[in-house]
Design a protein around this ligand. Structure first.
Ligand code: ADP
Length: 572
């Protein structure tokens, strides 16, 4: 609509008033041209039918008027290209002049054609300026008076008053239109300003983002570790060159591919495949773990990325960092093999020492006095302690090498308690402590579990309780927290563990106070073994502790009951 009003040549394209007027004149000039051509055609057709009318004065007048109107409309159309105001004035004068010759003076002064004069009055305020309608009302009134005088007759006073009334109406509407247009122009200008400002701000933030992205890419390219960024659907959106070298794969096989494609790659070992699928499916922050990629060992850690800016946290995807761990893994493997061999080699002579010391104590090689018996007992105790440490080292080495497996079989939880009493009651009594235990009624009598490893967990925890408690009670409780889980809880009233140490207490070779623990023996492997065993059993271990008040270790494990016992329980 707006476009059709735009003139071909525009001296001042910013003057929208000029544009509006020019468009209006163009429409009127074209309208006039069409009308005059139609009139000319009608007359020609009429003369074809009635050729005798050729000499009729009125017909001649009509032909001349139509031709004049045609030429004038073309002239106005052309002038309009250069000055819309001149074209407007010409058009209005054409209307007035045409009006004078459009009918007989009687009809124009006081008859059917009086209304013709209203046209220039109505449109003049739109084409020139609001007050122009009064000028044309006055001009039309003068013409009517002259025409009436020429006939002669009296001019129509009602028509003259009507002209001025019409002039008032068109003046009012033109000025309010003018005001509305001016306001609209101000609004448009403000709107344009806002659009310009927004566009500038957007352009600035885009270029800032581009700079930031470039910087991030440069940092990413320099990192020696392989980095892949996945979106929420695990499609890789970014990967750095280090990853390409690490996986020995072209970057096109990584970026824009789903993580599943990488997981299904034949170079990945089946066990690693399972770990990576588990990482994808875990909602929680996945831990770091190792995978086998061909001959390489890669350490992978993943972190989910959240957008904290919006309401609530929106998960944006996952950043995964790959580290080549091949050398470290090899060193670890060698270390574990070495420890396993050494421990194994040490155990044989130690068992022999233990056996001989026992035989001495039992006077197998002749009578012994009390002092010799005491010495033999001390040899036995220290050898047992040494054997305990070596067993721990061996377990740790086996677990690191992934060789330790859990053997599930039906077992009675009550037997765990009986065994722990038989193993530790003596040392408990020697320290003047008390060891109590209980089994909650809802725990099944027989469950599936690795009784030897469970025993090891329980003895480790209770033994620590004995070591780090000087007064009070040690309590062991076997319980069912909720269906499908069972638990072992060991609590003591000992010295407790400082809060700052709690996060590290299960780390290998970690001791709260090296000097103090040395008095009690041990070298920080007990809890680490407990945690690894519990993990192998798909359970978890937690600790609550207060300095000088005591500690509570809680192990929770999946609960399954042997099929035969299930039947029995169902029947009860
Ligand atoms: P250790 O062979 O030294 O006992 P552990 O791994 O069993 O090694 O325990 C690690 C450290 O945790 C201990 O050295 C001790 O400082 C602390 N600890 C473990 N159990 C207890 C407990 N029941 N009370 C207080 N401290 C404990």
């Amino acid at each position: 609509m707006q476009k059709s009003l735009i003139p071909d040549i525009n001296p001042d394209p910013t003057d929208s008033e000029e544009i509006r007027r020019r468009g209006l004149i163009r429409i009127l000039a074209l309208g006039l041209l069409v009308l005059s051509l139609l009139a000319l055609m009608t007359i020609i057709v009429f003369l074809f039918i009635y050729p005798e009318q050729w000499h009729d004065k009125e017909i001649l007048l009509a032909i001349v008027s139509s031709i004049a109107a045609t030429i004038t409309s073309v002239v106005i159309y052309q002038i309009n290209k250069y000055s819309s105001k001149t074209a407007s004035l010409l058009l209005l004068l054409l209307f007035v002049t045409a009006s004078i010759f459009s009918d007989t003076p009687e009809q124009l002064a006081d008859g059917r054609s009086l209304f013709i004069f209203t046209i220039p009055i109505a449109i003049s305020s739109l084409l020139l300026f609001p007050l122009a309608s009064f000028i044309f009302a006055a001009l039309s009134s003068i013409i009517i008076v002259f025409l009436a005088h020429s006939v002669p007759t009296t001019p129509n006073p009602v028509a003259i008053v009507g002209f001025f009334m019409l002039a008032i109406v068109s003046w009012l509407s033109a000025s309010s239109l003018d005001r509305a247009l001016r306001e609209l122009r101000v609004i448009n200008a403000n709107l344009d300003q806002v659009v310009i400002e927004r566009t500038q701000a957007l352009a600035e933030s885009l270029s800032r983002e581009r700079i930031e992205a470039g910087r991030n890419q440069a940092i990413l390219n320099c990192i020696a570790d392989g980095v892949v960024v996945f979106d929420r659907k695990w499609n890789a959106i970014l990967a750095n060159p280090a990853l390409k070298g690490m996986l020995d794969l072209p970057i096109e096989l990584i970026v824009n591919k789903n993580f599943r494609d990488l997981i299904e790659h034949p170079r990945l070992s089946p066990r690693s495949r399972g770990l990576l699928y588990a990482m994808m499916e875990h909602d929680t922050q996945p831990p770091s773990f190792r995978v086998e990629w061909g001959r390489k060992t890669l350490s992978i850690s993943a972190a989910q990325v959240y957008d904290h800016s919006k309401d609530g946290d929106t998960n944006l995807g996952t950043v995964t960092v790959f580290r080549d761990f091949t050398r470290e893994a090899e060193v670890e493997r060698l270390k574990s093999t070495f420890v396993a061999i050494v421990s194994h080699e040490l155990r044989t002579p130690l068992n022999a020492i233990l056996g001989y010391a026992e035989m001495f104590k039992e006077s197998v090689y002749g009578p012994m006095n009390q002092k010799q018996v005491n010495m033999a007992e001390r040899i036995m105790k220290n050898t047992q302690r040494l054997l305990g440490l070596i067993n721990d080292l061996l377990d740790q080495a086996q677990m690191e090498a992934g060789k330790l497996t859990i053997q599930m079989a039906p077992m009675k939880p009550a037997e765990l308690l009986e065994n722990v009493h038989s193993v530790l009651d003596q040392s408990v009594q020697e320290k003047g402590l008390r060891l109590t235990s209980e089994i909650e009624d809802n725990l099944p009598e027989v469950i599936n579990g690795d009784s030897a490893r469970l025993q090891q967990i329980l003895v480790n925890l209770v033994n620590n309780g004995v070591k780090f408690t000087d007064h009070g009670v040690l309590h062991v409780r076997l319980f069912c927290p909720y269906s499908g889980r069972w638990g072992i809880e060991v609590s003591d009233t000992g010295r407790g563990i400082p809060e700052s140490e709690l996060p590290y207490i299960f780390d290998t070779f970690r001791q709260v106070d090296g000097a103090a623990t040395r008095v009690h023996g041990g070298f920080g492997l007990g809890l680490s073994i407990v945690k690894q065993l519990v993990n192998l059993m798909n359970g978890e271990v937690k600790v609550k502790s207060k300095v000088d008040r005591g500690s509570t270790f809680t192990v929770t494990l999946p609960l399954t009951v042997p099929e035969a016992d299930m039947e029995k329980r169902r029947m009860l």
